[in-house]
Design a protein around this ligand. Structure first.
Ligand code: HEM
Length: 228
């Protein structure tokens, strides 16, 4: 809570300083200030601060966790690891990326998205899965199981690297789809490629070779080894 308060004051100061000494640098903050001067809703100083906080919180722990989860899954799948290793060596970004998305389908960072119903409602009206939701109910929409829906995904239990990007709802779905999805598409394969290039990549023996979250929602340690 202390760090949160410090971060809020820090950002307030950065925003105020930039407004006092404007620059034309092509930064996210300058683009937000341009939106503010065009009276865009949600772009007052408080809105800008909240958005930047959202970007910081949304970006750093999520990308590192997803990278660990993808690698963890890949190390359980020697055939897929070989595909990713060879693709990394020949610089085939697309195959590396497809392998990672498939790993995250089996081992997702977010298995659900959650919502609280603001009124009585009916989900999927006039279908077999129609369900009534009472106002105030917490709803967990299981994106994990949706990615194994055999009515939509061809042979969902098979690990395949030829699935389309639309197969994946690793970054949520609909109105609140992750705004970092395109960043993730570029950054996660770039983070893992140098490691995947290594020869005989494997877990370190024992507990060190398993993800250690140290009681937090995010991995803190995950040791792997390779031949030099
Ligand atoms: C592997 C990395 C990431 C994962 C797994 C992830 C996952 C998600 C998911 C599942 C949602 C939807 C939440 C919901 O519907 O309740 C979401 C939303 C969001 N993500 Fe990400 N995210 C990642 C990286 C990022 C990055 C890099 C950024 C920022 C640059 C970011 C910013 C956001 C924001 C601001 C939202 C809220 C969008 C909205 O409410 O309209 N995320 N993310």
């Amino acid at each position: 809570m202390r760090y949160a308060a410090e971060m809020r004051s820090y950002l307030d100061k950065v925003i105020a300083d930039l407004k006092a000494n404007p620059s034309t640098d092509p930064t996210i903050l300058n683009r937000m200030l341009e939106l503010q001067s065009a009276d865009t809703p949600g772009m007052d100083d408080l809105g800008i601060r909240n958005n930047i906080l959202g970007l910081l919180i949304g970006a750093i722990p999520t990308i590192s966790k997803a990278s660990c989860f993808a690698l963890d899954e890949l190390l359980n799948r020697p055939d897929a690891l070989k595909v990713a290793h060879e693709a990394a060596l020949r610089g085939d970004h697309q195959v590396v990326a497809n392998t990672i998305w498939e790993c995250l389908r089996f081992n997702p960072h977010n298995p659900v998205v959650y919502r609280r119903a603001t009124r009585d409602t009916v989900v999927a009206q006039s279908t077999l899965r129609q369900v009534k939701i009472k106002e105030g109910t917490m709803v967990f929409a299981a994106t994990f199981s949706a990615m194994f829906d055999s009515l939509v995904i061809d042979k969902p239990n098979e690990f395949r690297t030829d699935r389309s990007w639309e197969t994946y709802i690793i970054w949520g779905y609909g109105m609140h789809t992750c705004i970092g999805a395109q960043i993730n598409m570029a950054v996660i394969p770039a983070i893992l490629t140098p490691l995947l290039k290594q020869k005989n990549l494997r877990r370190t023996k024992g507990a060190a070779g398993q993800i250690d979250s140290n009681g937090t929602p995010h991995p803190e340690h995950f040791h792997v080894e390779f031949d030099t």
